[in-house]
Design a protein around this ligand. Structure first.
Ligand code: MG
Length: 197
């Protein structure tokens, strides 16, 4: 366990050195507590990055299995390496592909969306058929580093403005989605939990 702790610390350091966005501490704590409280077992993650959240989700409960999709080769390879270091190969299945091209038959208790922010609606709609009855869809980065709460004129980059607009659209989509009850949590970088009615 002590060894696990130092490997996870290494992964966090790699993420910060290489500017790879991983979940903030209070966000990941919320997610792992949620998994424990709701006895979540099978998880689909869209956006592995370097495997940090998949690993943390597995380490929080011995019953958890994660399938995770990543389209960036460098990140995928780094995630593979990290998962091997922690001997979690039996519990984390990585798929190296753009989630847009992935079709799965399996069912999951939780779908965690943490990928290309402009694609949230698309990912939600394409994977909700993989959700078990009473399943959850959790989405990260709804504050997008605080930019979602800013006035649009304050955001210099046109690209970033476009992303922020997409995230706002996604929030509306969740609020108006009658098939789910969605709660928004102002922690980490903004997290939503949608519960299938
Ligand atoms: Mg994220």
């Amino acid at each position: 366990m002590v060894e696990n702790y130092s490997i996870v610390k290494d992964i966090k350091k790699y993420a910060s050195d290489n500017k790879i966005p991983i979940m903030l501490d209070d966000g990941i704590n919320f997610l792992t507590n949620f998994i424990i409280k709701n006895q979540v077992k099978n998880i689909l993650e869209i956006g592995t990055a370097i495997g940090y959240s998949a690993i943390k989700m597995c380490l929080c409960s011995p019953n958890v299995k994660v399938t995770s999709i990543e389209r960036n080769e460098t990140r995928y390879l780094e995630a593979l390496k990290n998962i091997k270091r922690l001997n979690l190969e039996d519990r984390i299945t990585l798929i190296y592909n753009d989630a847009e091209n992935v079709k799965l038959d399996d069912k999951f208790d939780l779908i965690f969306i943490d990928a290309a922010k402009a694609q949230n609606i698309k990912f939600f709609e394409s994977f909700e058929k993989n959700l078990n009855t009473n399943g959850f869809i959790i989405t990260d980065n709804l504050k997008f580093h605080g930019l979602v709460d800013k006035d649009e004129e304050e955001i210099k980059s046109r690209n970033v403005r476009g992303l922020v607009r997409k995230i706002k659209e996604y929030i509306k989509f969740l609020e108006n989605n009658k098939k789910y009850n969605t709660e928004f949590y102002d922690l980490g970088d903004g997290i939503s939990v949608s519960i299938k009615k």
